[in-house]
Ligand binder design. Sequence first.
Ligand SMILES: [Zn+2]
Length: 127
Amino acid sequence: MTDRDIIERIQKVTGVGYINFRKKRKHQTKDVWEWGVGNRREVLSLIRAVRSWMGERRSQRIEEMEEYNKKNPLKRQEKGRVQHGTRAKYSKYGCRCEPCKFAEHKYYLKRVERRNAKKNLEKNLVS
Ligand SMILES: [Zn+2]
């Protein structure tokens, strides 16, 4: 796209993505502006928002992306955001939703297991 204002508008309307500028190449007559979305959270919010306007082929592709996301959830938390299903969200932010409670519980079980392992080790050393 060679119109910067259009690219800026799509970023503003969608609220996601980044803008790149490319100087024209030798065979091209104009400089180019690009809008792209790379962040998974942003991609997902975008495809969910536009889905109802998509035809069959793109809807299918969106479905594939949702499937991929389900099978390969993000492993790392995004900077500056504490996600649900983490102990931090439970203890620091007081969230009591099921995924957060489960995360806290899982950690609790691990702690108990570690404590018992330590006790057993001491017992075995003494006897
Ligand atoms: Zn939560």
